[in-house]
Design a protein around this ligand. Structure first.
Ligand code: AMP
Length: 308
């Protein structure tokens, strides 16, 4: 195996207040970049670019350090940290956003430390597409640019998002967002439509039904790995992306079909660990051996002998 390439992530670092059938957490560590980086760091060095307010608990900063995430790009400014609140339906398939308080993100402009500009793989995690573009513009010929987004930004910044897609290699979004972006309710049709907007690969996340991955060579689908102790689905998508890109970075960003399929299996496996606990708790003690063991379990339950 080649040396793992570092990954750069820009996205939200948040204090999340979440209610599910299993309980409630207030001001827990969350945000797209938190989930992503704490998943991807299982595989490779991770560089975090984000902003928090002066109210951000020092214990959460120490947690990144203890987990090995490079926080040289995490700005701490006057004001309040981004806050998001959500409540899940009984079966956890639906969620309602109760509030989105951008706070310090209103004035934030990412500035990449010089040492970060040549990072080969970058994830533009869920955040304002205007800020995502500012990061791409500061990168020096990245090998792989991946993007994630959310209904909030498709509603408020569609034009900026669509224009950014021409600079993106791999686009992660969920089924509802794909529908919202294209107007097509058929997942495969929507994925094809999105590919035509620029990305070389599109991964559509389908919650408990798994994911569908479209490349120029065709499509590939995997179910989610079912867990009985589903506790908090928040961050499943971000940790899925962390597993996918973490695995690819260990392979030097090689995007051949087999690598991509195994990368999606890793994303699926790590997401199944995240949702079994609140906040990022399911990631903190997770070893690569446990993720690989779940990838094997996923293989066991999806294969049905030799090709019929
Ligand atoms: P996911 O469950 O994968 O959609 O990710 C949920 C995470 O995204 C939560 O931890 C939130 O803090 C964060 N989040 C929610 N809304 C936004 C937004 N509009 N921009 C950036 N991050 C957000």
């Amino acid at each position: 195996m080649s040396e793992a390439s570092p990954l750069l992530v820009v996205g939200s670092v948040a204090l999340d207040s979440v209610r599910t059938g299993q309980g409630e957490r207030v001001d827990a560590l969350g945000g797209s970049a938190s989930y992503f980086s704490l998943a991807a760091v299982r595989y490779c060095p991770v560089r975090l670019v984000a902003v928090v307010g002066a109210d951000f608990p020092s214990g959460f900063r120490q947690l990144y350090d203890a987990q090995g995430v490079d926080t040289a790009g995490l700005q701490i400014v006057e004001g309040k940290t981004f806050r998001w609140g959500g409540v899940y339906s009984e079966d956890m398939n639906d969620r309602e956003t109760l509030f989105t308080e951008l706070n310090v993100f209103e004035e934030f402009h990412p500035v990449l430390p010089d040492a970060y500009r040549q990072t080969p793989i970058v994830l533009l995690a869920n955040i304002d597409p205007v800020l995502q573009k500012e990061v791409v513009d500061q990168m020096e010929s990245p090998q792989l640019v991946a993007l994630d987004t959310m209904n909030f930004w498709i509603e408020s910044r569609k034009e900026e998002l669509v224009s950014l897609l021409t600079k993106v290699d791999l686009f992660f979004l969920n089924e509802e967002e794909a529908r919202q972006l294209t107007g097509y309710s058929n997942t495969l049709t929507a994925a094809k439509e999105i590919m035509a907007m620029g990305p070389k690969m599109v991964v559509i996340k389908r919650g408990e039904y798994g994911s569908l991955c479209l490349t120029s060579e065709g499509w590939f689908a995997l179910p989610a790995f079912p867990v009985e102790n589903l506790t908090d689905p928040t961050g499943a998508g971000d940790t899925f992306a962390g597993g996918v890109l973490g695995y690819l970075s260990q392979r030097g960003g090689d995007l051949t079909d087999g690598h991509l399929r195994r990368a999606v299996a890793h994303g699926t496996a790590i997401a199944s660990h995240t949702v079994a606990s609140f906040s990022v708790d399911g990631l903190l003690d997770l070893g690569l051996d446990q993720i690989e063991s779940r990838v094997r379990d996923l293989w066991d339950v999806t294969q049905f002998g030799q090709r019929p």
